[in-house]
Design a protein around this ligand. Structure first.
Ligand code: AOS
Ligand code: ZN
Ligand code: ZN
Length: 392
């Protein structure tokens, strides 16, 4: 029998969660943005910040890149990214095309009624696949913001056709081993219909696109009180779950720190992910958060540490015992079995794991004690002072 400490230590050795490059830059709400002097002003600085988070936590070796913001010149930016990978010991993670920021996309990107604009959007997807190949990045993460605000304004069936066409064209360009992950979201920025609104639509699109297409679940992209872990269980059963964007929400796609509102939900999601052998193998764990009020790097360290804690709790669930209790319908004891893992204090074991790995026992305190934040505030402060326009 392994001790809880050993179980946690082995689990954390294998645990990795990807950082989002956009989480280190100055971003904001649609009402404005409050600049932080420490925010990254270049992709190089995003890599530096990611490396700092990884050095403190030991669990975030990859950085998700956004094509428009991190590789604005497309594939010709790849050598510069490769140099940053080398310099910082952080690998490029998922590649995120941008189908929402060009003026042409006012009425949609791959679902735009204009064939010319649809073609432009598909070409961007194909270029993004090429970038991912050049960077040896396995996953292309597709978030499509297309939709409409008023009934009758757009043809939903026609837009389904266009979605299918774009997904098929993208899939045809994938190299062996590459994957495309299709993210869904019920609303925002569109408020009447969103072209990929839920996991059923994402799953059907993935199925039609081909075997290298999977669904990407973002915690914040569900209606209030929706049972996300049940969606996870279904997608795993269908071998269709490719990735997870972790964050937390109170109202909608709030992109709050993982577990800040409902840590039990993240624990339940990990419980389902660990219920199926493919859960860990094929699900890319990623963070999708951009913090406006918290310090960006501090927030990322806090996020990774919280993810470690909730994952550690989930691996402690006594599954054999739980299965027996479920089979005998001993409802209360089954629930308590789950709850006892959730309430177990994993922090001493995580501190021991960190000591063993040569990591600081308290990563957040170590960040504060270091001169990293002070240094980058000095270096970047002036550049950040002028950037108050919204979004990156
Ligand atoms: C948008 O709501 C989605 O969560 C996207 O995954 C993500 O935030 C975006 O790709 C970053 O620009
Ligand atoms: Zn997301
Ligand atoms: Zn989102």
């Amino acid at each position: 029998m392994k001790t809880a400490e050993e179980t946690i230590s082995r689990a954390l050795d294998a645990f990795a969660i990807e950082l989002p490059s956009w989480g280190f830059a100055n971003t904001g709400t649609r009402f404005g943005k409050f600049v932080q002097p420490e925010a990254a002003t270049s992709t190089a600085e995003k890599f530096a910040d990611a490396a700092e988070v990884h050095a403190l936590t030991g669990s975030s070796p990859t950085l998700a890149l956004h094509v428009l913001w991190d590789l604005p010149h497309g594939v010709s930016d790849v050598p510069a990214i490769q140099a940053l990978e080398q310099q910082h010991g952080i690998r490029a993670g998922s590649i995120n095309p941008n189908l929402f920021q060009r003026q042409e996309y006012k009425y949609g990107s791959i679902c735009n009624p204009s064939a010319e604009i649809r073609q432009m959007a598909v070409q961007h997807l194909l270029d993004s696949v090429e970038i991912a190949q050049a960077l040896r990045s396995r996953d292309l993460s597709l978030w499509v913001s297309d939709g409409s605000n008023y009934p009758g304004a757009q043809s939903i069936p026609k837009r389904i056709d266009w979605l299918m066409e774009a997904m098929a064209a993208t899939h045809a360009k994938l190299a062996p081993g590459q994957r495309m992950l299709i993210e869904y979201k019920p609303f925002e920025p569109a408020f009447y219909h969103t072209d990929i609104a839920d996991w059923g639509m994402a799953l059907l699109l993935a199925r039609h696109a081909g075997p290298q297409a999977f669904v990407l679940v973002d915690t914040g992209h569900h209606y209030q009180s929706q049972n996300i872990e049940q969606i996870v269980a279904w997608l795993l059963r269908e071998r269709a779950l490719g990735g997870f964007h972790f964050n937390d929400r109170r109202y909608a796609d709030d992109d709050l720190t993982i577990g800040s509102i409902d840590p039990y939900q993240v624990f339940r999601i990990f419980y389902e992910l660990l219920s199926d052998a493919s859960g860990l193998q094929q699900t890319a764990f990623m963070i999708d958060q951009s913090h406006n009020m918290k310090g960006k790097i501090e927030a990322m360290v806090q996020t990774v540490c919280t993810a470690q804690e909730l994952f550690a709790k989930a691996v402690l669930i006594d599954r054999e015992r739980l299965a027996g209790l479920q089979a005998e319908a001993r409802l209360l004891e089954a629930e308590e079995c789950l709850r006892s893992a959730f309430w177990y204090d994993v922090r001493p074991a995580i501190r021991a794991w960190r000591r063993h790995k040569g990591l600081p026992e308290d990563p957040l305190a170590a960040l504060r004690a270091s001169d990293y934040l002070e240094r980058i505030r000095k270096e970047r402060g002036e550049r950040n002072a002028g950037s108050t326009s919204s979004y990156a």
